[in-house]
Write a protein that binds this ligand. Structure first.
Ligand code: TPP
Ligand code: MG
Length: 365
């Protein structure tokens, strides 16, 4: 595959065969893997439901995660309760693993709230400004260090930050600045780049002449490429990087080499800019299929298991749809009230200006 490094970490081949690696091993149990497969199947179902809800006009937009389940589920399972996540806008499976109610996400994409969701202390708001969350995450990580939450002898007292961003985001100035600060301050932050090969219609080849993980070396911290469709390898590499962060060894860049199997968003049509052969080639590397093959070979899952998960996914899908009518709608009053904890003079002036405009136009305030 183009952009794939020779030393990409892989522990499970696309055919579902387990392979050894000199440095990394998956230390979890088979039961853990069955749990990850379950999470990946449910996440894909949630994603399909949300895409369908957008098509029915219930959501303004949706950002599909299909294809990126292993990158998200594997990395999320490497996190501990004190760790903090800064997502971009596609990390629905990370949210799911961390117990953020997924209806919170539907609410955001319906325009019914502003991302003030549950568990904000450990899973921050989605960001649509490409790459900006890498700066927020780095600043937060520097704060953890100042708070003494890094490098303690008792590892239970330690915490780290993980920030998710895309391949396209690495072309943003914000991301380079975050790398500089993370390196200078040895911040406990893991940059988890889901290289899904596309930044909307721009292929990775336009953005980088070298595999993305090699960029980290120039900033002075390790960069590693992992097979992002291999949940075992993603878990092992993220465990290592988060342990480095928590113990005070500083930042790490992980490039999870994966593929956006769907559209960029529900407003996008990838048939306009990418080849069907490309999509077919990546279908053969589907993260769910390869783990299913492996676990079937072990005898850890069978047809009955898949039927039960399918039934659960179906029921879950129905419960997601049932939530929609109960979601609040947004009023301009609520919008103004949510900007700052205390209103500012400028904001109050804007609120008055809007109220006058609404009164004149007959629009709801
Ligand atoms: C600062 C900024 N510039 C441009 C955009 C428009 N935009 C939205 S998504 C996107 C591509 C991002 O690609 P990538 O970082 O690879 O993330 P992916 O969507 O593939 O997960 C762009 C350019 C934006 N939201 N913010
Ligand atoms: Mg991308």
């Amino acid at each position: 595959m183009r952009g794939q490094s020779e030393d990409m970490v892989q522990l499970l081949t696309p055919d579902g065969v387990r392979v050894e690696h000199d440095e990394f091993e998956f230390t979890g149990s088979t039961d853990d893997l069955v749990g990850y497969l379950h999470d990946m199947i449910i996440a894909r179902r949630f994603d399909a439901e949300a895409t369908a809800l957008q098509r029915h006009g219930e959501l303004g937009l949706w950002t599909p995660l299909i294809g990126q389940e292993a990158a998200q589920v594997g990395s999320a399972h490497a996190l501990r309760p004190a760790d903090v996540v800064f997502p971009s806008y596609r990390e629905h499976a990370v949210a799911m693993v961390l117990g953020v109610p997924l209806t919170n996400m539907l609410s955001l994409f319906r325009g019914a709230d502003f991302g003030i969701w549950e568990k904000l202390e450990s899973f921050k708001n989605y960001q649509l400004v490409i790459g900006c969350q890498t700066l927020h995450a780095t600043g937060y990580a520097m704060g953890l260090e100042l708070d003494g939450a890094v490098g303690n002898d008792n590892d239970d007292d330690n915490a780290g930050v993980i920030v998710y961003h895309g391949d396209g985001a690495t072309s943003q100035g914000d991301v380079s600045e975050a790398f500089v600060f993370a390196a200078s301050y040895n911040a406990p932050v893991v940059f988890f780049c889901q290289n899904n090969q596309w930044a909307i219609s721009e292929p990775l080849a336009l953005q980088s002449r070298i595999p993305l993980n090699q960029r980290a070396e120039g900033f002075g911290f390790p960069g590693i490429q992992v097979d992002g469709n291999d949940v075992l390898a993603v878990k092992a590499v993220t465990d290592w990087a988060m342990a480095r962060a928590r113990s005070g060894e500083g930042p790490t860049f992980i490039e999870a080499f994966t593929y956006r199997m769907g559209a960029h968003t529900t407003s996008d049509d990838p048939t306009k800019y990418r080849e069907r052969e490309d999509e077919e080639a990546w279908k053969g590397r589907d993260p769910i299929a390869r783990l299913s093959t492996y676990l079937r070979t072990l005898g850890a899952v069978d047809d009955a298991w898949f039927e039960a998960v399918e039934a659960e996914a179906k029921e879950y899908g129905a419960s997601v749809r049932a939530e929609i009518p109960g979601l609040e709608s947004v009023t301009m009053d609520k919008l103004f009230a949510t900007v700052y904890r205390e209103p500012t003079v400028a904001l109050e002036a804007q609120r008055r200006e809007y109220a006058e405009y609404a009164a004149g136009s007959g629009e709801e305030a």
